[in-house]
Write a protein that binds this ligand. Structure first.
Ligand code: ZN
Length: 161
């Protein structure tokens, strides 16, 4: 019966969610003693409709919404995309090999030249570029030890890929 369901006590899951939503929105956690399941879901809806404080939004950099960090390919050219130190823009660098030495050309804001669809998601492909440029394409570090050189990717980046 519907009336029985409406009078059911709020679940632990609902109470957890209420606490989390309240803290995310910077409001005091509402009293939940004797709260019914129906009242809890109303409260959850109201909390969810409240805007989050700017502090929470700023934690996610604007640039990160556009491009993920990683390796990108555009018209046969490879780029490494990474977050800047201020954590608000994704930047691009391009490895260029001349006379057996790789240097990185800086391109600034990655979103001006790259788009999400250009991201290389195959680990084998990323490792192949690493072999070509003697550098880990994920973090940009030159590959020095024989094992990393053979793998085309640094051990830390390989474990996260
Ligand atoms: Zn690396």
């Amino acid at each position: 019966m519907v009336t029985t369901n409406m009078a059911r006590a709020a679940s632990v899951k609902q109470l957890d969610l209420i606490g989390r939503l309240a803290s995310e929105r910077g409001v005091e956690a509402p009293a939940t003693d004797g709260l019914t399941s129906g009242a809890a879901s109303d409260l959850i809806s109201r909390l969810m409709a409240m805007p989050r404080p700017a502090r929470t939004r700023a934690a996610r950099p604007a640039g990160a919404d556009l491009l993920e960090r990683g390796v990108y390919l555009r018209e046969g050219r490879v780029f490494r995309v990474y977050l800047n130190q201020r954590r608000d823009t994704m930047l691009a660098k391009e490895p260029i090999k001349a006379d057996g030495v790789t240097t990185w050309k800086y391109h600034g804001d990655a979103s001006r030249i790259l788009s999400p669809g250009m991201r290389v998601t195959s680990r084998e492909q990323v490792a192949a570029y690493g072999l070509e440029f003697d550098a880990c394409m994920v973090c940009g570090t030159a590959l020095e030890d024989p094992e990393s050189k053979a793998a085309g990717i640094g051990p830390v980046c390989a474990s996260r890929f």
